[in-house]
Design a protein around this ligand. Structure first.
Ligand SMILES: C[S@@+](CC[C@H](N)C(=O)[O-])C[C@H]1O[C@@H](n2cnc3c(N)ncnc32)[C@H](O)[C@@H]1O
Length: 227
């Protein structure tokens, strides 16, 4: 039986075109109303010169960075999404799976001021990837992670574990995607084990919604890591 991590990336190979259409047509209200802006503001707040967008998808954040004079570099594990991101911006965009990045099989550059992961850390074993990203940051660099808010999506089962996104309500043909729900303490522990220190935590919320739309974490590279 395939493991959920490979099924997860495989689902993106299947869903890439429908995802591009969903993002570029602005049909995901939570993104348009809340989470895109939350991510951009979090990036601008760090005043970075160079940013790596991990799991960049079709590249909306790279385009938003370019508009603001910030150099963005993208990396994603799906060829269709990488091709779409390359076609829509002048930013370099690398094709690499997270396993490739952990094993340093693909050189995506280094000494980044910031690495962003916008709804892109959906798998269970993230510590090795976070540690690999830590090594790509310049001293004083930081990681900005925006993800599903674990409390908002827990549906009464607030514990780490695999879940399934069926994309019900999305237009088009979608393959279900396994994803790993991680509690707040589990996020904190993973960051700590990968050599990061949590610097800020936000819960972006729409005024008319009773629950946050996302969890946004800013984690700084610890100076004692990898010495
Ligand atoms: C929900 S999308 C987010 C894309 C983009 N960050 C955005 O905000 O639109 C998740 C992204 O993670 C990428 N991804 C998931 N698992 C991956 C893996 N194992 N290796 C590389 N990329 C992966 C997918 O290809 C997809 O582009």
């Amino acid at each position: 039986m395939p493991d959920p991590e490979s099924t997860l990336l495989q689902s993106w190979h299947h869903n890439a075109r429908a995802w591009i259409e969903a993002i570029r047509s602005g049909t995901l209200a939570s993104r348009v109303q809340v989470t895109d802006q939350a991510m951009v503001l979090a990036v601008l707040g760090r005043q970075p010169e160079r940013v790596l967008d991990l799991g960049c998808g079709e590249g909306w954040l790279l385009r938003a960075l370019t508009e603001r004079g910030i150099t963005g570099v993208g990396v994603d594990g799906d060829a269709t999404l990488v091709e779409a991101a390359r076609a829509a911006s002048a930013s370099p965009v690398y094709l690499a799976s997270y396993a490739d990045l952990v094993e340093a099989k693909v050189d995506v550059g280094r000494d980044y001021d910031l690495i962003c992961a916008n709804f892109a850390l959906l798998h269970q074993d993230i510590i090795a990837l976070l540690a690999a990203m830590n090594a790509l940051l310049a001293p004083g660099g930081a990681l900005v992670i925006q993800t599903l808010h674990p409390w908002s999506v827990a549906a009464g089962d607030y514990q780490d574990g695999w879940r399934e996104e069926t994309f019900a309500g999305f237009n088009g043909q979608w393959q279900p995607m396994p994803w790993y729900l991680r509690t707040l303490s589990s996020w904190f522990n993973a960051l700590d084990m990968a050599g990061f220190c949590l610097a800020a935590l936000q819960e972006p919320q729409h005024p008319q919604s009773p629950v946050p739309q996302s969890l946004l974490l800013v984690a700084e590279k610890r100076s004692d890591h990898n010495k």
